[in-house]
Design a protein around this ligand. Structure first.
Ligand code: AMP
Length: 149
């Protein structure tokens, strides 16, 4: 049986999977939770990056974190949406890579993270790589190799 050239796919550069910064929905650390929730609902995404005006990455904010933050003891307290900022609720625990890294690392991050944030050598945010794009590439690769058997 012919062996797949695993190294080939694992060493592919990640640039070709990048959704570039202009196409990435994001919010800023000092935005209110109300604004963040509007962006999340309108975009249809579960979580989005938090970037400052210099496009530096600060964290991620999700619908679940926002809903959790307005949960009072006996009722939901929506008034908190206007008085709480994104930076008070966001998580700083996220998957991040440099743009010159390889597919292998992105694939292993994608097991636990729906998307990976990509930065350049100066720490500027360049965009994201999604789990669906990585899986589509693996799927295409495995099928292409199946045909050559
Ligand atoms: P997908 O694999 O396409 O379902 O994307 C996984 C996750 O990546 C989504 O749930 C979002 O949290 C995030 N995401 C995908 N595309 C974008 C985008 N254009 N802007 C912001 N976040 C995105």
């Amino acid at each position: 049986m012919q062996k797949l050239d695993y190294l080939n796919i694992l060493e592919s550069p990640i640039q070709s999977f990048l959704i570039s910064v202009e196409k990435v929905a994001h919010v800023q650390p000092n935005n209110t939770l109300e604004h963040a929730l509007l962006i999340l609902i309108k975009s249809g995404y579960t979580a989005i990056p938090v970037l400052d005006t210099d496009f530096k990455l600060h964290g991620l904010i999700s619908k679940a974190q926002i809903l959790d933050s307005i949960l009072g003891l006996e009722r939901i307290e929506p008034e908190r949406l206007q008085t709480t900022t994104v930076s008070e609720v966001m998580t700083t625990s996220l998957a991040r890579m440099k743009n010159d890294e390889r597919f292998e690392r992105a694939l292993s991050y994608s097991i636990n993270h729906p998307f990976i944030c990509v930065e350049n050598e100066y720490g500027e945010f360049l965009g994201i790589i999604t789990r669906s794009k990585l899986l589509a590439h693996v799927n295409g690769y495995l099928h292409a190799n199946k045909k050559t058997k």
